[in-house]
Design a protein around this ligand. Structure first.
Ligand code: NAP
Length: 255
């Protein structure tokens, strides 16, 4: 059976990726900082689905810890067939008022990590003739909300670029671009989300089910739910000056 490596599986979307890939019978490699939660999840899913669950405790904003994960991804004795680049967080301060080290950590987790892990994963997948890579981006990649939006724009465009190099193979890459999803994301960043209407919130299980279906059928950009698909098309039609104005009204379209 094949093995999936998931970054950020201890809550939210990553946890759902772990649950749904485990239920399909994939062995898992679970990567994040919280060792207790990783162990609990590995035990729970290993028992429930009779799969192998390995954990790697790593802070992906730290280059030397990321390197340990890179080595695991590139280890051809235990190949990774599914790579889910999911770990991430948001910042709640304007760029001018923020701690520059927090901005750097954001880029390291949202950009450096998926770039390096994907670069390590793809050669083996190509050689074996099969692979699936998901990069969790956001509808925020269409707007202009600070370093976070810029990092998610990178994720979406990077995915589109790499997909061209994979054309004609059974190695697929897909950018998952959700809107607001009920996870720990906003609470961790201390964001006040009371103004967001309940109809705009998505459930993590549905978002992940859509992503898995889309990456399997070779859809390069996956936007779960019709309302966010319509919003995404709409954002592309309005002048960028309006997008910029809208983006500076917190909280904006996505996260
Ligand atoms: N929720 C939304 O509305 C929304 C919308 C669009 C896109 N997204 C994206 O979805 C992805 C998952 O977020 P979520 O909403 O599921 O948030 P979440 O519930 O807060 O989960 C974030 C996950 O990322 C891990 N993580 C964060 N920083 C890390 C670091 N430095 N090193 C290793 N792991 C780290 C956390 O694990 P540990 O704490 O154990 O390290 C946790 O498992 C993110 O990329 C986010 O940008 C979220």
């Amino acid at each position: 059976m094949s093995t999936a490596l998931i970054t950020g599986p201890t809550s939210g979307l990553g946890r759902q990726f772990a649950i749904q890939l485990a239920s399909r019978g994939h062995d898992l490699v679970l990567v994040s900082r919280d060792e207790t939660r990783l162990q609990e999840l590995a035990l729970e899913l290993g028992d429930a689905h009779r799969i192998e669950c390995e954990i790697i405790v790593a802070d992906l904003s730290k280059g030397e810890q990321l390197y340990e994960v890179e080595k695991r991804v590139a280890d051809e004795r235990q190949p990774i067939d599914w790579l889910i680049n999911n770990a991430g967080f948001g910042l709640n301060d304007p760029f001018l008022g923020t701690d520059i080290e927090a901005e750097q950590a954001l880029l390291d987790v949202l950009v450096r990590t998926p770039m390096r892990l994907t670069h390590r994963a793809l050669p083996g997948m190509m050689a074996r003739g099969y692979g699936r890579v998901v990069i969790v981006s956001s509808v925020a990649s269409w707007i202009t909300s600070g370093t976070y939006s810029a990092a998610k724009s990178w994720a979406t465009v990077f995915t589109e670029g790499v997909s061209g190099e994979l054309r004609g193979t059974d190695v697929n890459i897909s950018a998952l671009c959700p809107g607001f999803v009920r996870t720990e994301f906003h609470e961790r960043a201390d964001m006040d989300m009371k103004g967001i209407p309940s109809r705009m919130w998505l459930n993590a299980d549905e978002v992940v089910a859509t992503s898995l279906k889309d990456v399997d059928r070779g859809r390069v950009i996956s936007v779960p739910s019709i309302k966010y698909q319509a919003l995404s098309q709409g954002v592309k039609l309005v002048p960028r000056s309006l997008v910029r104005r809208f983006s500076s009204m917190p909280p904006a379209l996505g996260d």
